[in-house]
Design a protein around this ligand. Structure first.
Ligand SMILES: [Zn+2]
Length: 468
């Protein structure tokens, strides 16, 4: 039985899919207006692990994650660079996907974009107006928050708090300061779409109600997002969906903790973020992945680069054991000794930890206990048996956490390897001359050819991605 913490009811609830055997999930994706950073990576990795665990437990999973590809920040970025908003969004979506692949995050089943769902958004808003849940004010359309007695219960706020907390400007035409825009009248020069209320574009919240409805229907199982989205985004989304379908749209609201740096939220506006490009220059993406999973997904993660260095050592330890046992045959008779428990009972403990609100921190603890027990078994003379068990256990863990090399050394296989060796050597020479421009260009050539490129104290190390 899998239990999950539900932000709305504020308790652990058992997972009971609305359609038996099928877990349907929507999470709020990125607004692509700048480079991908650690704050994007955390929810992506967390949801990748949740999906893999659900599949491991036999569920069919449908996972939808949107792109907010029209937004004030995208428009500002486009104005600054002289591009179209679409070109800006395309570029950063492409970058995001590339980095997610390197983090071994499997792509969502659907990745809807707002700008490709304008027609259903307009129809949805029309239905809300017809139901008296929304009203038109001079080209804008607003949602009436006071109509829903449940409004505020997801984020645990009263209407007064919300109006105060959001510092909502009283705009002309709004009936109530807490009402929010479903449709925004176009300002001159902005991208806009025709609508029954004149040219404009959708507000932020409506897209998630509409796109979740398009792909998952009026009710689905899990809704994800960062903790900072509970209010106003998810509160508003829930109110829209309830007004539209007269049903509670989401069975369990799942919010992941934010990344802080020195206890301050990491954010673009504070300029204290870390881009994935910077991190991947120094660390294997698999190290970043396990580092993000080392803290329970609901807890804040306080970024400290020293922890990443520790995780590099930890991952090296896992990979070293893997290389020792990867050829081992299946284990023979079970060794029934107390010291062998972490090996023999690994799978049930590991999966059991993940069953309890996807506790990856504890599941990783089980992995390292298992590694310790394997070396203890080697020392006691049980190498053959323990190698077979450790091999199987590492594969069980890897199916969900995905940290083992997907990779082989470039050494010694064919013409391609010679080219790669030459590129690596040229890059090391460029670096020793401090010609970082050339070194960087060569790194990009290697990355584009499908290699992980790592800077180590012994020079460039590359590993090709192949399946194990
Ligand atoms: Zn959303």
């Amino acid at each position: 039985m899998i239990s999950i913490y539900d932000s709305r009811t504020r308790r652990l609830v058992p997972l009971t899919p609305l359609k038996p055997g099928h877990v349907r999930i929507y999470t709020c994706g990125i607004t692509p207006y700048d480079h991908s950073h650690l704050g994007h990576a955390r929810p992506a990795v967390v949801w990748d692990v949740i999906r893999r665990h659900l599949r491991r437990r036999g569920y069919l999973v449908t996972f939808v994650q949107n792109f907010t590809d029209i937004d004030d920040k995208i428009i500002q970025r486009a104005e600054a660079s002289g591009e179209s908003a679409g070109a800006v969004a395309d570029r950063y979506i492409e970058e995001y996907r590339r980095f997610m692949r390197r983090l071994r995050v499997r792509p969502p089943d659907y990745e809807p974009r707002v700008t490709q769902h304008i027609a259903p958004i307009i129809e949805y808003i029309q239905a809300l107006i017809a139901a008296n849940a929304a009203y038109v004010a001079d080209g804008d359309v607003y949602f009436r928050v006071r109509l829903d007695p449940e409004y505020g219960t997801l984020s645990g706020r009263t209407l007064d708090d919300m109006v105060e907390g959001a510092r909502v400007a009283v705009e002309p035409g709004k009936e109530y300061a807490g009402d929010f825009a479903l449709w925004k009248k176009a300002r001159p020069g902005e991208p806009s779409w025709e609508s029954p209320w004149g040219p404009g574009r959708p507000g932020w919240h409506i897209e998630c109600s509409v796109m979740s409805h398009c792909y998952l229907g009026p009710q689905f199982d899990l809704h994800g997002g960062g903790l900072d989205l509970i209010f106003p985004h998810h509160e508003n989304e829930r109110a829209q969906s309830r007004a539209y379908s007269h049903q509670e749209p989401v069975a369990v609201w799942v919010h992941s903790g934010l990344i802080t740096r020195g206890a301050v939220k990491m954010s673009k506006s504070l300029n204290n973020g870390v881009t994935l490009a910077e991190l991947f220059d120094r660390y294997d993406p698999a190290v970043v992945r396990l580092y993000l999973l080392s803290v329970h997904y609901r807890s804040p993660l306080d970024y400290d680069e020293r922890h990443l260095a520790e995780w590099q050592t930890a991952v090296d330890r896992l990979v070293r054991l893997w290389h020792e046992v990867k050829e081992a045959p299946p284990p023979g008779a079970v060794v029934q000794e107390d010291w062998a428990q972490s090996l023999t009972h690994f799978e049930e403990r590991f999966l059991g930890d993940l069953d309890e609100d996807f506790n990856t921190a504890r599941a990783l603890g089980a992995v390292f206990d298992m590694v310790k027990a394997a070396y203890r078994a080697f020392a006691r003379g049980y190498r053959d048996w323990a190698s077979g068990v450790a091999r199987r256990n590492l594969l069980v863990a890897n199916e969900i956490l995905d940290f083992l090399p997907q990779v082989e050394s470039h050494d010694g296989d064919g013409d391609g390897a010679a080219v790669v060796r030459a590129l690596v050597q040229a890059r090391d020479e460029a670096r020793s001359r401090r010609d970082y421009g050339l070194a960087d260009a060569l790194r990009r050539v290697l990355v584009d050819a499908g290699y992980e490129v790592l800077d180590t104290k012994d020079g460039t190390r590359v590993r090709r991605r192949v399946s194990i």
